[in-house]
Design a binder for this molecule. Structure first.
Ligand code: CDP
Ligand code: CDP
Length: 226
């Protein structure tokens, strides 16, 4: 039987990670894990409970008593927080603009990484995030770092918002994406960083099928190596 690999996909906001990770997972019949959704779910709970996002110990206690489940569905991955479906709520701009403040705390990251590694013990997983290749799955057989210019990424999110009928301001989106990238890249614990052995793909002028094709070629190469 073909060996089941672990595939790590990292990169900044709106680089296309979750879109291509989902397609690659489907093609290979692997499970897809969106680690950003886990940080978003905790952030949603913290915002609803009006926790101070700078207070690591209160956030950590909350996380320890919180169940976060990621379930595949025909409409994409569903996110359950303490058995409540919060798939839509975790994408609000309030959560998006708060999540990096929650994700910078070392204790929060340690517990999230523990949970994420537990999903991947058998291989056969495509996981996307910021620190998958560097910390969560350092021995992943395929590591990808997706990039795109901040202008292109803002346009992508804007287009997505418009298609969904959400209010959207391109310039504001650009500022928010740049700010989130800055916090994610500058934090001390497991910052957003390309792993030394990751393959970088600049997707600025690539289509989604182009990116999927490049990743599948790398996967086939690894499978071929045995
Ligand atoms: O989809 P988008 O790129 O906008 O973000 P996401 O993947 O949902 O991640 C939301 C936030 O969670 C990021 O901006 C990081 O602050 C944090 N995150 C992280 O620190 N480490 C990960 N492995 C995944 C997400
Ligand atoms: O997960 P991440 O935040 O990195 O990005 P995403 O949510 O997968 O992609 C953001 C948007 O860019 C989606 O609407 C994708 O359809 C779009 N996209 C694109 O237009 N071209 C690509 N090469 C990749 C993604």
């Amino acid at each position: 039987m073909e060996k089941k690999l672990s595939i790590a996909i990292d990169g900044p906001a709106a680089a296309g990670k979750s879109t291509v990770a989902k397609i690659v997972a489907e093609k290979l019949s692997y499970i897809y894990i969106d680690t950003g959704a886990m940080y978003r779910a905790l952030t949603y709970k913290a915002v609803v409970n009006e926790l101070n996002l700078e207070e690591e110990s209160a956030l950590f206690d909350t996380l320890l008593s919180t169940e976060i489940k990621l379930l595949p569905s025909d409409n994409g991955q569903l996110v359950f927080l303490d058995n409540k479906d919060v798939t839509k709520e975790i994408r609000s701009s309030k959560v998006t603009n708060s999540v990096s403040y929650v994700a910078k705390h070392p204790l929060i990251r340690q517990e999230m990484v523990r949970r994420q590694q537990a999903f991947a013990t058998e291989g056969g997983v495509v996981m996307d995030g910021r620190d998958i290749g560097t910390h969560v799955l350092p021995r992943a057989e395929v590591k990808i770092f997706l990039l795109a210019s901040v202008d292109e990424r803002a346009v992508r999110r804007h287009t997505e918002n418009v298609q969904k009928g959400f209010p959207s301001d391109l310039n504001k989106l650009k500022e928010e994406i740049a700010q989130r990238d800055k916090i994610d890249s500058e934090r001390e614990t497991a910052p957003l960083k390309k792993a030394d052995d990751a393959v970088e793909i600049d997707t600025t002028s690539l289509t989604i099928p182009d990116v999927v094709e490049k990743i599948m070629a790398l996967v086939q190469e690894r499978i071929g190596l045995g």
